[in-house]
Ligand binder design. Sequence first.
Ligand code: DO4
Ligand code: MG
Length: 284
Amino acid sequence: MKLARYFPSGQPHAVGVGIVSDETIVAIRLDDDLPSLSAILESMDPLSTVQDRQGESLPLSSIELLAPIDQQEVWAAGVTYKRSQTARMEESEAAASCYDRVYQSPRPELFLKATPNRVSGPGQPLRIRADSKWNVPEPELTLVVNSRKQLVGYTIGNDMSSRDIEGENPLYLPQAKVYNQCCGLGPWVTLASSFPPRDEVGIHISIRRDNQVIFSGATGLDQMARSLEDLIQWLGRDNDFPHGVFLLTGTGIVPENDFTLLPADVVDITIDGIGTLSNRVVQG
Ligand code: DO4
Ligand code: MG
């Protein structure tokens, strides 16, 4: 089952939650006991929670999808794929040994990526910092974790990154990663019970400029060097999330070093079992 947040047509302030299938969305009746998507994800069994609350069915084309986040924090893991380790070591001579060691260490790299106001949903712009000249999208399977630290679903994340800033000095990582519109999430949450077997999950990215594909790449979740449970376990050590948390699990696709995103590029990220998250890039 796929659960989305959306604005119904003509009601730009009334956030709805619905079940997505093919080209339709079935509205879920919300009330004080179940006011939001995160409340559904917090319930003991999200699937049965929404079963007897189904309302009208609408064409997907008639609504505006929103990022599937309410009050959760957004965290990210880094250097979880060999490709990311190699790219980071090339990017920064000074930090090469840090990236090499973290790829192999039991403790993963984890960082706070975004607060809800810094997140863009499907179709919303993602930003390149005005003070950066070397930027890439990072297509990442994203875990949806409730306040009990249980993995309840999956979505797509785009961990926008300023490679020149992070390459200049590893202590600049928070500035390379966290700024306005730095993180894409969506287009919805696939509940864990509906997610395909992990070793069959492919992750694809395509970047278009002037309607031409200028970069495409693919990897598989089976290429990740760590397990999803391991990442959640490290994130949750002495660290609570009263509203739940999104955890981006790292990128396995990094374009060659001569590539940078430009304003008006369109980034499409597709992950099997979820769908496609599409965003246009802006700067300044
Ligand atoms: O340390 C740099 C960030 C790594 C990252 O974001 C990734 O591997 O996805
Ligand atoms: Mg990343």
